[in-house]
Design a binder for this molecule. Structure first.
Ligand code: SF4
Ligand code: SF4
Length: 421
């Protein structure tokens, strides 16, 4: 039970919140079913055979079951600790999946993919490439605003000055941006807009040399050692900065894992540093609401009706629901509506699109169908992976809404108010 919270009492209250149970209707594809399977394997009653591995690997790690569980079962940590066993038995299939994932996280290949996608889009083949699970996720300018917003020229992070002395009483907040890896490459304008919004609110943003991938993709693919190594590398980067009030991320998935570094590295030689790092990590909307932010003089009415969708790693992993909605409301002048089924994962979930493309697409299309039913002009969601997934689903379903991070709406409202919009 240690590290997993309280034991599961098999009440089943989590079942209806589970995306795979909702799609497949089978107990073994529910949180309770998976816990039964893991318990049976741990007690030696069941072997981790192909069938058991299939049910376990279909879990998105969305943590909706944790939100629903009245008994405090830490399901996410439990399945994460089980994933290395799943990876070990995956054999050739696992090697191929890891290779596909590496392609997806290789900056040069992602760059090549982005150029290829732009070319296909330009020649009117966007609809065709959207059908492919990997290529289809790459953003197109029409739905994600990938190339149309701020060029970031005026909003640069401050180079780190190592000799800086800690100033706990300074009036001006000083933060470092956790820029992430593949998400930053695919939609760099989200981090640029985050920097702009923070600086427009008088917050200094400093660079964090040496930072890299948070390790979430590796952890969820069962490569726990690799995730630990990546977390250690980020801690080393953290150790070079002794004077920030927070580490800010615009990617909910990264934020959720960094907040859990204290657990991932508990009992190691860097356990205390991990605790300090985790405690200082903030989602960008969370920080803005925590410290207060300016209302733009003119709301961004051009965004049209906004429907907000909760990213699982904000809602379920961090319990953050109000802050991104507040940012949308201040940016556009009216509170966003919910997209619908807001506690149900969109199917993004790290590399789930590559591992389980059919289930991922079904979940994504549900969001697009909801967007069509109460047509929003903009779907707002606070995580780059969800944005890419929902943007693809909207195109597959022929829904013309655009997808934006809440902080992009606020940045656009500030620019419009300053006469640059
Ligand atoms: S983490 Fe999500 S997909 Fe996995 S069992 Fe829980 S609700 Fe289902
Ligand atoms: S995980 Fe929680 S909600 Fe789900 S069956 Fe177990 S005790 Fe009940």
């Amino acid at each position: 039970m240690s590290g997993h919270g309280l034991p599961c009492v098999h009440c089943g209250l989590c079942l209806d919140t589970c995306p795979t149970y909702r799609l497949l209707g089978t107990e073994a594809d529910s949180p309770r079913g998976r816990i039964y399977i893991m318990e049976a394997i741990e007690s030696g009653e069941l072997e981790l055979d192909a069938q058991a591995a299939t049910h376990l690997s279909r879990c998105l790690g969305c943590l909706a079951c944790e939100s629903a569980c009245p008994s405090g079962v830490s399901y996410g940590r439990r399945i994460d600790e089980f994933r290395p066993q799943l990876a070990a038995r995956a054999g050739t299939e696992g090697i191929l999946k890891n290779a596909a994932q590496s392609l997806y996280t290789n900056p040069s290949l992602v760059d090549l993919g982005l150029r290829g996608a732009a070319l296909l889009d330009r020649f009117g083949l966007g609809a065709l490439r959207r059908q492919a699970p990997g290529l289809g996720l790459l953003p197109s300018a029409s739905t994600s605003g990938a190339t149309t917003d701020n060029d970031g020229a005026d909003w640069k992070v401050t180079p780190l000055r190592r000799s800086r002395v800690h100033q706990p009483l300074r009036a001006r907040l000083r933060v470092a941006l956790l820029s992430g890896c593949v998400g930053d490459q695919m939609m760099p304008q989200i981090n640029r807009d985050s920097v702009e919004v923070l600086q427009r609110n008088g917050i200094e943003v400093v660079e964090m040399p040496g930072q890299g991938c948070c390790g979430a993709l590796a952890l969820h693919s069962g490569r726990r050692d690799e995730a630990v190594a990546l977390a250690r590398a980020n801690l080393a980067a953290f150790a070079r900065i002794d004077d920030v009030d927070a580490f800010v991320t615009s990617a909910a998935g990264c934020g959720a894992l960094v907040r859990d570094y204290d657990h991932l590295l508990a009992g190691t030689d860097v356990g205390e540093e991990a605790e300090a790092f985790s405690a200082l990590c903030r989602d960008v909307c969370e920080l803005l609401v925590e410290v207060g932010f300016k209302t733009p003089s003119r709301p961004l009415t051009s965004a049209g009706p906004v429907a907000y969708h909760d990213a699982c790693h904000l809602l379920h992993a961090r319990g953050i629901a109000a802050a991104p909605r507040k940012v949308c409301e201040v940016a556009t002048g009216s509170a966003p509506v919910d997209l619908g089924e807001n506690n149900l994962c969109c199917g993004s979930a790290g590399s789930y699109n590559l591992d389980h493309p059919v289930l991922a697409e079904q979940l994504g299309r549900r969001k697009a169908v909801l967007a069509r039913q109460s047509p929003p002009t903009t779907v707002a969601v606070g995580n780059v992976g969800c944005m890419l997934q929902i943007a693809r689903a909207l195109e597959l379903e022929g829904v013309s809404a655009v997808v934006r991070h809440p902080v992009q709406l606020l940045a656009a409202a500030y620019r419009q108010s300053a006469g640059r919009g």
